[in-house]
Design a protein around this ligand. Sequence first.
Ligand SMILES: [Zn+2]
Length: 387
Amino acid sequence: MSRVLSPREILDRLVSFPTVSRDSNLDLIDWVEAYLASHGIEATRVPSPDGTKSALFALGGAAEPGGVILSGHTDVVPVDGQDWHSDPFSVTERDGKLYGRGCVDMKGFDAIAIWACVEAQRQGLARPVQLALSYDEEVGIIGCEEMIAAMREALPPVEGAIIGEPSMMQVVTGHKGGAGYNVDVRGFEVHSSLQHTGVNAIMEGARLIQWVNDRNEELAAAEPGPLAAMFEPPFTTIHIGVIEGGTAHNITALDCHFAVSFRCVPGDEMSGWDTRLREAAAAIDARMKAVRPSAGITLTERFSVPPLEPEEQGRAEALARALTGDNGTHVVSYGTEAGHFQNYGYSAVVCGPGSIEQAHQPDEYITVEQFEAGIGFARDLLRHLSA
Ligand SMILES: [Zn+2]
């Protein structure tokens, strides 16, 4: 049995693996798996479809009902083009802060969760800590669903799931859901003096963009329901963040590509928006094909994130409130894996150390104070599970 590492020592190891979402996380997963195994915990991998990445789940303590899931993602956003004052893939402590890529989002919580899982095993807790580590969270929350499904099959039911995204240890009970699409518009090139005989991919794509603008105006003007009113802004938003297309000012554009993403307030179903977006695209597609049958619009869904809906008498919420003493109402407008856990029937909340404001930034950090608060939370959780 190997030496028990402190949360801080585990954090050092986790940050040293440059698990940027576009790259493999298998070195990190190998390390976690071996570390857990050295303390008698057998972890289960849930590999990505292409095998270059993996999620991992494990159980520390007795394989009995009534435990708690601690969930985090292993991937981090890139550091390209960012001005860092120390090595992003090495934890550097200065002025009461731990600097490093992922320190706050969210290897700090991952380290605490791994530590707690090993503690639960060492203490032989009758109610276990279930550890859940995913991949590809930062590229649309796409690497956790299979893991959650596999956990539900393999492990006993739990009191709740705590997703440790940075919330300053506040108990977040709701977040928006959403989905992202790539839109590929294929036109037909002619000299622009004859544009009536061609199809301009940019100008046809603009029709769909205008559709988005019109929906945003309607959404902003509507009276929010009580659930939506908790959010800022209190309505669903639709966003287009990138676009490219065309080759020259006097050629009707052959191609135009852009990305549409939705952030839906709980209660506003993404499935309905999927239908409406596809109908709008189909109408434009038909116009284009009437001029040139080879022209058209293709929609490809990149990701879909279910919202986290505040639960009535939620068990995860009650537990997190008891452990943190936080009785405030908190919802956030970004997505997390909590919505997926809830979708699979788990009671779920977001509660983790550090501030989302330092996530994705150059010189990302978690304060030592928040890291310690996270460790204190885990200690109190272990006490709760042993009671
Ligand atoms: Zn995160």
